[in-house]
Design a protein around this ligand. Structure first.
Ligand code: HEM
Length: 431
C-alpha cells in the first residue's frame, strides 16, 4: 500500500491562504476542507461529540475493515479503549526490546544482503518495519526477525495495487455505491490473515506464558467473553475475527508510515550533512553515557534526533490527510461557520505542515524549528493526527533503532557511528 496522500486537498489548502475553511465538491455529501488550527482543534478535540465519525463505514461482514480507524460510534469507543493497554509505557518498554533485536538483525541482514543497500531503499526499510512490527505485535522470537512468517504476509498487504486504490477512492467519495456493490476493502487478505491470527491464538493458548504483546492482549480480552461499555451497556464479543481486524490494521498502519518516516529522515540527513553530523555526535555521547545501552527510558534524551524526526515528518507526512464526518450540527469558531450533520471534513496534513504562514521557508529542512528555544508551532504538527482519534503510535523508538549502532563490544569507538553512516551513505549513493 503506497503512502496515503490527497494531492487535491494539498492544492486547495495552498491556493486559499486566508480561508479558515474551503467548500469542496463531492458527489455524496457536502464537504469542507478545514485549514485553520483553531477549527481543526474544534473538530478533533473541543466538539469531538459532533465529529467523532471518520467518514468511512465498513460493511459488518468486511472483517478486516472493522478495525479501529474505520469503526465509528460505540464500536470505535469500545475497541479503542480495549486496545489502548497495548501501548502503555510498560508494554512499550517490552516491545522496545523486540525492536532493538530487530535493529540488530537488520544491520546483519544488510551485511548479508549488500544488494539491498544499492536498491530500493524504501523497500528495504519496509522489510525492517514489517519484521519489527510483526515481531513486536505477535511476539515472534525466531533467530532473526527476518525469518518471521509474518514478514511475507505483511509484504503482501503492502504491495500497491490499482484495484485497491480504486476501492479506497470509491469508499471515500461514493460510499453508497461502495455499499451497494457490497465491496470489501481488504477482501484479498481476509482468508489468510484471519486464519493466521486464529492459529497464533490457538498456539499461544497451548504454550501459555506471558509475552506482553498483542496476542496476550487478545487472550485476556477473550477470557472476558465480552467487552462492555459500562455507560451504555453496549457489548462486543472479542472473537478471533474482531482481533484479526485490529492486528491487521497494526500492520497496515504501522509498516508503511514507519518505513516512509525512516526513509525521509535518512534522506534529509543525507542531504543535510551538518544535521547528520550533529545526530552522530548526539548518539555517540549518549552511548558513551549509557555504556552502549539504549533503553526505552533514555531515548527521550536524544533531543536533537527527536527534532530531526519532527521536521522530517513535517516535510514528509506519511499520511497526507485526516478525515472526519459531522454527526451533529456544529459551528466552527474561526469564521463562525455552520457545519451541518452529514458534512464530510478533510484536513490536508501535507498542505498544513507546509503552510508558509506557520513555517517560514516551508520547503527547507530546519530541525531547529522545533527546539525548545525557538519552538513556535509545536502544536501544529498533524503527522499523527489530532485529538481523540489521533494515532496510537510513536515513531521515535523505531527510527532511533536504525540510527543506532550495534551495541555488544564495538571493535573501535568510531564504530558507534559507522552503521548509520554506512546505511545513509549507501542508500543515497553519497560518496
Ligand atoms: C510514522 C508512523 C505513523 C504515522 C505517521 C501515523 C499517522 C496516523 C494518522 C495521521 C492517523 C489519523 C489520525 C486522525 O485521524 O486524527 C493515524 C491513525 C491511527 N494509527 Fe497511526 N501512524 C503511524 C504508525 C502507527 C502504528 C505503528 C500504529 C499501531 C501499531 C498506528 C495505529 C493507528 C491507529 C489505531 C489509528 C486510528 C485511530 C482512531 O481512529 O482512533 N499508527 N495514524
Amino acid at each position: 500500500m503506497a503512502p496515503v496522500s490527497n494531492p487535491v486537498g494539498e492544492q486547495i489548502h495552498e491556493t486559499h491562504p486566508d480561508a479558515p475553511c474551503v467548500g469542496v465538491g463531492n458527489i455524496s455529501n457536502p464537504t469542507l476542507l478545514v485549514r485553520d488550527i483553531k477549527n481543526i482543534q474544534h473538530i478533533t478535540q473541543v466538539d469531538f461529540e459532533s465529529f467523532h465519525h471518520r467518514g468511512m463505514n465498513a460493511l459488518p461482514d468486511d472483517i478486516l475493515a472493522n478495525c479501529i480507524p474505520f469503526l465509528n460510534g460505540k464500536e470505535w469507543k469500545l475497541i479503542r479503549k480495549n486496545m489502548t493497554p497495548l501501548f502503555t509505557a510498560v508494554k512499550l518498554r517490552q516491545m522496545f526490546t523486540t525492536m532493538n533485536k530487530g535493529a540488530l538483525d537488520f544491520v546483519e541482514y544488510l551485511k548479508d544482503n549488500p544488494k539491498k543497500l544499492k536498491g530500493d531503499a524504501l523497500n528495504t526499510l519496509s522489510t525492517f518495519s514489517c519484521a519489527a512490527i510483526g515481531a513486536s505485535v505477535f511476539g515472534i522470537t525466531t533467530k532473526s526477525i527476518f525469518d518471521s512468517p509474518f514478514l511475507e504476509m505483511a509484504r503482501k498487504v503492502n504491495i500497491p495495487s490499482f484495484w485497491f486504490d480504486l476501492k479506497l477512492f470509491l469508499w471515500i467519495v461514493a460510499p453508497t455505491l461502495f455499499r451497494l456493490c457490497r465491496m470489501k476493502v481488504f477482501a484479498e487478505h481476509e482468508e489468510f490473515f484471519v486464519k493466521a491470527v486464529k492459529q497464533i491464538i490457538e498456539q499461544r493458548k497451548k504454550e501459555g506464558g506471558k509475552h506482553a504483546d498483542f496476542i496476550d492482549l487478545c487472550l485476556n480480552l477473550q477470557n472476558k467473553e465480552e467487552l462492555k461499555d459500562e455507560e451504555s451497556g453496549f457489548v462486543i464479543k472479542p472473537t478471533d475475527e474482531v482481533m484479526a481486524a485490529q492486528a491487521f490494521f497494526f500492520f497496515v498502519a504501522g509498516v508503511e508510515p514507519n518505513a516512509s518516516a525512516l526513509f525521509f529522515t535518512l534522506l534529509e540527513l543525507g542531504r543535510n550533512p551538518e544535521a547528520l553530523e550533529r545526530v552522530h555526535k548526539e548518539i555517540d555521547v549518549h552511548f558513551e553515557k549509557y555504556q552502549n545501552n539504549l533503553t526505552y527510558d533514555n531515548l527521550t534524551e536524544l533531543k536533537y534526533l527527536n527534532v530531526v524526526l519532527q521536521e522530517s515528518l513535517r516535510l514528509h507526512p506519511p499520511i497526507g490527510f485526516i478525515s472526519r464526518q459531522c454527526v451533529r450540527d456544529s459551528v466552527l469558531p474561526v469564521g463562525n461557520i455552520k457545519v451541518e450533520n452529514g458534512t464530510k471534513i478533510f484536513i490536508s496534513v501535507y498542505g498544513f505542515q507546509r503552510d508558509r504562514k506557520l513555517y517560514p521557508d516551508p520547503e527547507k529542512f530546519i530541525p531547529e524549528r522545533f527546539t525548545q528555544e525557538t519552538k513556535h508551532a509545536n502544536d501544529t504538527i498533524l503527522a499523527f493526527g489530532k485529538g481523540n482519534r489521533a494515532s496510537l503510535a510513536c515513531v521515535a523508538p523505531v527510527c532511533i533503532e536504525i540510527l543506532a549502532p550495534p551495541r555488544p563490544d564495538p571493535p573501535h569507538p568510531a564504530a558507534k557511528t559507522i552503521n548509520f553512516v554506512v546505511v545513509t551513505r549507501k542508500f543515497f549513493h553519497i560518496p
